[in-house]
Design a protein around this ligand. Sequence first.
Ligand SMILES: [Zn+2]
Length: 495
Amino acid sequence: MDKLNLIMIKYFLLLIILSNGILMAQDIEFANNLYYNYQNYKEPSLKNRRIKHQDIVSLVDQLKSNPEFNVNITGNSVENRSIYLIKVGTGKTKIFLWSQMHGDESTATMAIFDIFNFLSANDFLNDFRNKLLQNVTLYFMPMVNPDGAEVFQRRNDFDIDINRDAISQQTPEGKILKETFDSLKADFGFNLHDQSIHHSAGHSFKPATLSFLAPADNYEKTIDTVRSNAMKVIGQMYQVLSSFIPGHMAKYSDDFEPRAFGDNFQKWGTSTILIESGGWKDDTEKQFIRKLNFIALLCSFKSISEKNFMNESLDVYDKIPFNEEDLMDLIIRRVKYVKNRIEYSFDIGINRTEVNINHSTGFYYKSAIEDLGDLSVFFGYEDYDFEDMEISPGKTYPVKFDSIEEIQKLNLDDLYSEGYTNVILNSQNFDDDFSSLAINIIKNQNYVEKTNIKIGEIPNFVIRKNEKVKFVIINGFIYDVINSIGDINNGLILQ
Ligand SMILES: [Zn+2]
């Protein structure tokens, strides 16, 4: 971070303090300490979103040797993986946090292990730690859905959405969560999820990097003390984080869902806060958002422990914009398209989907055209105006290759310049689902080249200016051919 940014942040903080006077200067200082010293606490063994149960088992075991922590197994998942409850602190106010009830939503799970490291540390923040653990007792249930995490999917092993199982408890995971909730009767609950990276903060080009909600506990969305306390804590989190990610926060939809945990826990008397981790440009593995979770949660603990939230007005929460869905991965605007010798011009919106590979430890992308036409109400993480350029579907290079090695030797920039986005592989020894090269591979001899641009099709295009190829789009990734800039994560096997 450069000096100007630091000055901007300080100025911004001053504005916050002057404008409502609630957020104390020491809260801001505390958040800054967490922000700038995060590397001391980040759990190094958790490196990306596709963490598995086995990755947390050894970390949980390590906690057992620390007398401050109390580790319990509350029960097992359908596939017999342990679901843990980790207790730390001795205070009267109880805070219960649960993460990853959706198996592919792991950002907060990573942050929880960073928080364990923070709470175990011995450094200049000891005063805070001691006071916190005297005032509150923290209960963590990380990775509520370990079977879903194993295959990086939302639902549990029975393909049931655990977050629709608060009432019936037809899943062992939902039953464990509900029984734990009943046994704790916590004052505050944190329901930790991930949301689509295509959510924007209101109608804006800014991703909703974090979205919050104090869930409604009835269709009328009434506000009692239990819910308003959750709103006040969110208001404080929102202000603290505004110095790091201004404009990148939103409120999740507050429609009542009678089967969901957050909504019911609120109804049953625990002030419940939903945190959804969304998107941030160039943070595919959500490591920056993990850090934001770490700060948000610790600042909330501070607010609850010192009862600062009680002075907060509900206005801050009220004014947080709602999630909108205004973002796509790539938008190219006003590009020319010639059909039957007539020239048209329109916008093309593209989204990328992750497909799990290697027993769900990795993934490749499969992209599709999401929408066509006037996309002026949408924004792209990557957004180009191609008014003076012409688009056409990419072509297949006419030479057939006998091995991947031969294709690897090609100068792809030369192929792109000639309008090619696909090559033919004449080999039975290749059975991958995708091409790790920056070009598509055709194995099927009967493959027919796409000539139209339609919703749902894989975006493979060549973009020319004055007949000269300037860009290619391969599987939804854009590459600047003239300047060799861009990263085509993977091509596809075209069928
Ligand atoms: Zn979720």
